[in-house]
Write a new protein. Structure first.
Length: 310
């Protein structure tokens, strides 16, 4: 069934539908629980707006705070996408631990090493360099791209063939990051390619020499796992949920220090033995996160909440 509605449809159209025809249970995976609702389960992806407030638009920060607190108060069950998020909900929002279930996201099966032909076609279409560091995600302050650019500049000074490719929508204050890239002494080797459809991402990950995922905060971290599944080593932040998700399959760095990012990337790019180790670990780690496992765990939790609420 499709519920008509535009902006704030969960607060209006969905609320009216819950009044007219209430289900046994309402599952809200990424929106707001409507003011009129039956027994509900909600997914909370992160509380980064509390941890890194300066990285969020002030209006959206207030909106996120209100909706997240409302969701956690209203829901009978809360799905956290990582153990780190679960602890944040308990410590920062006082959500009772017995109402929270950790259920990890999955990695879609089409994330796997792309053929040489697919990589070549993408390289030609986007004019990608032969060797490049890749960063995937919305371009905004939380992704820490300013320091990634600093680290790249150190690498670029020694490697005239290396490029940096930024992929993702331009978010809040993204123009400052893009401007920083254009002012770099190596700006001709930094490409912002914007948003790519998901079907193109496996070829992009596979074409990269290394993926940098050095965010200041993440509730989960799909780009790291997607890169691993495509056989590209990952240099990742040692903060928030990222070490939990990556485990020992990524080179972890201190994201506040450009030199730490530089050291991690240098190892991932040029130490062949270490590269092969993290490529192998990456395949193994990413394969443990599947959407089937996520779906079955979610269904079991929904049934548990429904049965306990009957």
């Amino acid at each position: 069934m499709q519920i008509a509605g535009a902006r704030f449809w969960t607060l209006r159209a969905l609320a009216l539908e819950m009044r007219r025809s209430p289900p046994d249970l309402l599952f809200v995976p990424s929106h707001v629980i409507p003011p009129i609702h039956p027994v509900s389960v909600v997914t909370v992806h992160d509380v980064g707006y509390l941890v890194e407030p300066e990285c969020h638009n002030p209006f959206h920060r207030k909106q996120l705070d209100w909706t997240t607190r409302w969701n956690c108060r209203s829901a009978r069950g809360v799905i956290a996408v990582s153990e780190h998020t679960r602890l944040d909900l308990i410590e920062r929002l006082d959500v009772p631990p017995d109402r929270i279930q950790v259920i990890y996201h999955g990695v879609s099966s089409h994330y796997r090493p792309a053929s040489v032909e697919d990589q070549t076609q993408l390289r030609v279409r986007l004019s990608l360099p032969d060797n490049f560091v890749l960063a995937v995600g919305t371009v905004h302050p939380r992704k820490n791209l300013h320091r990634l650019i600093q680290a790249f500049e150190l690498l670029a000074a020694d490697d005239p063939e290396l490029g940096l490719v930024l992929c993702g929508r331009e978010g809040w204050r993204g123009e400052h990051i893009i401007d920083r890239a254009t002012r770099s002494p190596y700006s001709e080797r930094i490409q912002y390619i914007g948003f790519l459809e998901e079907v193109q991402l496996p070829a992009l990950y596979s074409a990269a020499r290394a993926t940098a995922f050095v965010s200041l905060f993440e509730g989960f971290g799909l780009p790291a796992l997607e890169s691993m599944a495509c056989g590209t080593p990952v240099v990742a932040s040692n903060r928030s949920s990222i070490p939990e998700i990556c485990d020992n399959a990524a080179l972890l760095v201190e994201p506040m220090e450009a030199m730490s990012i530089y050291d991690g990337l240098r190892s991932a790019l040029y130490d062949d033995q270490l590269r092969q180790l993290f490529i192998s670990r990456g395949f193994e780690r990413s394969s443990s996160f599947t959407w089937r496992k996520c779906a079955l765990s979610t269904l079991a939790f929904l049934r548990e909440i429904r049965d306990n609420s009957a």
